[in-house]
Ligand binder design. Structure first.
Ligand code: GLY
Length: 255
C-alpha cells in the first residue's frame, strides 16, 4: 500500500521560517482548507493518508518532507538546518518507527528532506543554506551499503533542491536551471520551466499524475504539452511559507 504521512497546519504558521521570500500575511483558515484538499487529492490518487495532529509551537511542522527521508529500506531522521525546526523530528520519528528502521543525521551534519531528490537508487542532494557537506557525507555513509549513490548538487537562490527541480518520472526532471547546477543531472532529461514562473519546478508525481500548484499555469501547460497528466491544487497560502507540493507529505510503500 502506498502511504502518505502528513501533518495538520500549525496555528503558528505565520511565524514560519523564510529564506528567500518576503513575509506576507497567511490566512490560517484558508491554509487549513487548502491542506485538507491536498490530502483529499492524495487519497483520490490512491494513497492511504495518515495525518498527525498540528504542532502549535512548531510553525513549519506541516512540512513533513524536511525532517525525514523515507527510503524502501530505512527512514533517515534529519538534523535540520533551521534551528526552529529541529524539534519536529520527535513526533515524526515516532510516526515512522512502525514502518522503517530509523537512522539519524548527527551534529555537525545538517540535512533537510527538501534537499533530497530520489531517482531510483540515486539520491541527488542539494548543498543549500539548510544542508551542509557533513550532512551529505553522513547520508551517503548511511545509504551506500543499501546500494544508493549520492550526488551532491549546488543550490542557489532558493530554499531546497526540490524548490529548483523535481523528478517527475520518465527520466525527466522539471527544473529551474538558474537555481541549481544542471550538469549534476546529466543523465536525465531536463524540462525547463517558463522564466516567468520561477517557483514552478516543485511538482509531485503520483502514479501517472503530476500534481502541480495551480498558481503556475504556464508550467502546467508545458507539462501537458510534454505528455504528462497534470492535476492542479491551490496551495496559495502555504506557498507564502516558501512551500511547494512535495513538502507537505512523505510518501512511501508500507503494508
Ligand atoms: N518555511 C519553510 C522553511 O523555511 O523551512
Amino acid at each position: 500500500m502506498l502511504r502518505a504521512l502528513t501533518r495538520e497546519v500549525s496555528p503558528a504558521i505565520a511565524s514560519c521560517e523564510l529564506e528567500f521570500l518576503d513575509r506576507q500575511p497567511i490566512d490560517l483558515a484558508l491554509a487549513e482548507e487548502q491542506h485538507r484538499q491536498y490530502q483529499e487529492c492524495l487519497a483520490e490518487l490512491g494513497l492511504h493518508v495518515e495525518t498527525l495532529p498540528a504542532e502549535p509551537d512548531l510553525p513549519d511542522s506541516v512540512f513533513v518532507e524536511d525532517p525525514a527521508i523515507v527510503l524502501d529500506e530505512i527512514a533517515v531522521i534529519t538534523r535540520m538546518g533551521a534551528l526552529s525546526r529541529r524539534r519536529e523530528v520527535e513526533t515524526l520519528a515516532r510516526a515512522l518507527a512502525p514502518y522503517r528502521e530509523l537512522r539519524c543525521i548527527d551534529d555537525p551534519g545538517m540535512l533537510e528532506g527538501g534537499d533530497v531528490m530520489r531517482v531510483g537508487k540515486t539520491l541527488y542532494v542539494g548543498y543549500s543554506r539548510r544542508t551542509n557537506v557533513a550532512g551529505i557525507q553522513q547520508l551517503a555513509a548511511i545509504v551506500h551499503p543499501l546500494g544508493y549513490f549520492v550526488v551532491p548538487v549546488e543550490v542557489r537562490g532558493c530554499l531546497h533542491l526540490k524548490s529548483a527541480c523535481c523528478y517527475i518520472g520518465d527520466d525527466t526532471v522539471l527544473a529551474n536551471r538558474g537555481w541549481m547546477d544542471p550538469d549534476a543531472l546529466c543523465s536525465l532529461k531536463i524540462l525547463n520551466i517558463p522564466n516567468d514562473e520561477p517557483r514552478g519546478a516543485n511538482a509531485l508525481r503520483i502514479g501517472d499524475t503530476v500534481l502541480m500548484p495551480a498558481p503556475f499555469p504556464r508550467t502546467c501547460e508545458l507539462l501537458q504539452h510534454s505528455g504528462f497528466r497534470v492535476r492542479t491544487i491551490d496551495n496559495s497560502e502555504l506557498l507564502k511559507a516558501e512551500a511547494g507540493v512535495t513538502c507537505t507529505s512523505l510518501i512511501f510503500e508500507a503494508s
